[in-house]
Design a protein around this ligand. Sequence first.
Ligand code: SF4
Length: 377
Amino acid sequence: MAQINVADTIIAIRKTRDDEKHLPIIDNTRLTAVNTCPRWAGVRYGHNKIMGSGTSRALALEVGTALHHSFGAIRLHQLARNGYVDHAMHHARRLFPRDGAYEEVRSIINTARSTNEGDLTALRELGLFGIEYSRYEDDEKDKKRTRVNMEEAIIKYANRYNLSNRIWVSKQDKPEATVGIEIPFDVIIDIRARPGVSFPNYTTSPLGDEGKQIRFVGRLDGLVFDSGDNLLLEENKTTAQINATWITQWEMSHQLTGYIVVARQFAMLSCEAAEVIGLAIPQPKTSPYDGLVRVPATRSASRVNQWLQWFVNSVLDFEDATAAPLEAATFTHSCTRYFRECSMLPLCASDREEQEDIFNNQMTIQEWNPLSEDVAE
Ligand code: SF4
């Protein structure tokens, strides 16, 4: 495993230039995967290969994607309510381009502005619109991830939506400029050794002579100012169940830390806090935990350093696993993670010669890109 100490490096972050768009992408999913099992990460995300035909549905992902349409539509109403009506109209088209669907979003927002129907009607309609826009269809084998359950959940989300926050806007007089709603990010994290530093565990520097440029991509769900005028990252998460463990995971989450670092770069403002908005599908009938929670999280400078340490070393591990996926370490404690068998088990349990054949001839290509319109992590 990689052993770079970030204290020995100088790190800068900037937007990816056009001439750098050929660089392979790194995202939080890839880095989490390599720490779960390097073999898994190298095959699944380094080479974009899955076992089987790739026709089975990933319903949790589909539900998350569908509801992110709802979350985005609801934030557009908030943006208009903040006084940025032209911005909201422009970004409706960015977020819902298919078949002119953005006209419906514009109409809902305008109706709310011109009548006394109020915010709640608009928020509910926009939430339901998002599910409709996703074209999500029920799977008869899954009785929980259904449209009815998603609609029930989004109505609750709309009913409790916090309209007092203000959406971050990069340019007040330019509607087409970036706003804090579903921001795709594509940045370069440039890491170089401090002058005079060498890395004792390596024969040649893993950062090269010119440093290392890592292309980090993802999507920020919401960027707002809270009631105290502090920049706040909002992350929407859908889940099957909200309990104490689910809430606690955000205390340390590297994803939140990394996204806060990116949010600072986008807004050129200080940002130290995030709020994870968890929505359970289905909503619980009885549970000590509500099916909708807002989990606050803060990130100090030392936590950012921890993330950088994890980020840089995980990238190096991911690159190693990608370069030689069948030689990558096998973390067998992960073979039955989440109480399910890892889909790569037939590959890993085969002998070496057979592995080559499975890898080269029997797997399906399925690319994961968090910037794609169809996914929401
Ligand atoms: S089966 Fe086990 S060793 Fe193989 S990729 Fe999955 S988790 Fe890793």
